[in-house]
Design a protein around this ligand. Sequence first.
Ligand SMILES: [Zn+2]
Ligand SMILES: [Zn+2]
Length: 390
Amino acid sequence: MKTEELKASVIGGVEAQRQQLNELSLRIHADPELGFQETRAATWLTQYLVESGFSIEQGICGLATAFRAGYGDGKPTIAILAEYDALPKLGHACGHNLIAASAVGAAIACKPVIDQLGSSIFVIGTPAEEIYGGKVMMVERGAFDHIDFAMMVHPGTHDTATTRALACQTLDIEFFGRAAHAAACPEAGINALEAMVQSFTAINSLRQHIKDRARIHGIITDGGEAANIVPAHSAATFIVRAEDDEYLDELKKKVIGCFGGAAAASGARLEYRWGGVKYAAMRNNLTLATLFKQNMEVLGRPIKLADPDSSFGSTDMGNVSQLVPSIHPRVGIASGKVVVHSPQFALAAASEAGSHGLLDGAKAMAMTVVDLLADPEIVSKIREEFQQGR
Ligand SMILES: [Zn+2]
Ligand SMILES: [Zn+2]
């Protein structure tokens, strides 16, 4: 069969699952589960994959809600990643229900292509994207060691074949001072809150002199007990983000310098802990992203390769993209006025446009798998680009 015929067959393969995929997506949406608690979503997804002829390993990498579903045993090995965690209070305001359904839909649609051309396809269930960075742990624990290419789609407000995502790490800060009556004997106190306030001021000053795409943001989680007590303790959580690991490390030192300066000035003692999970920046494989773009266009969705104006955060897919050639395209399901992580986006994730995005994302991924299997030259080009970027 020619490439175009294979692509027509995978489009048909996704269409044939339309009802099941929508049901799966809406069932996950209606029953949101937080990171590492996604037991029902993981069960529903793996059940559907088993019924569709995939072999399943549940609880991989020591994570109860992670899974690997495989079909075929040849090379290259292609992974389609599924996320299915929700956000506290907002439910599926990041639309991970759509990611999960599009991943299983695409992989199942590829089965006849695998039968014909060899290779193997995996759906890798990656929990806790939002809070704990499940993929960071899974990368460290070898989940992607035998994978040649990785892809997933994420819903958004525009169709874009690449994602800008920053390296980032969280930082917990504590200042320890000395309590005293704030009016009767303030001179006896050491004000841990003032140390924190000075730190914020120092970081605000630092922010004028950092690179455009770096970010430093934080909240105070303890600011004292009562207005008439000099605060003996204060605490904050920050996130530091940068376009690459090198600049992140540089920025981390400067940020700690801000807290250290405030400790010296106030006399409060500083303690800090960097979060154990470090999200890496997203490395978009442009050869792979171009294939996805062309396939979306065949489906009638004109799509940008990159959008310089797009907003950017961080994703644990960044860590996967440092290890294997990867793409993390955005599929638009809401107007540009709607922001991700809002109640409006949660509604969009269960809407008609959401379902459209799910099906088109699944079709375009399955068509991209066809490109990978049908054209060894493109595979070499993707690997070459990846090697050069190292
Ligand atoms: Zn997300
Ligand atoms: Zn999110």
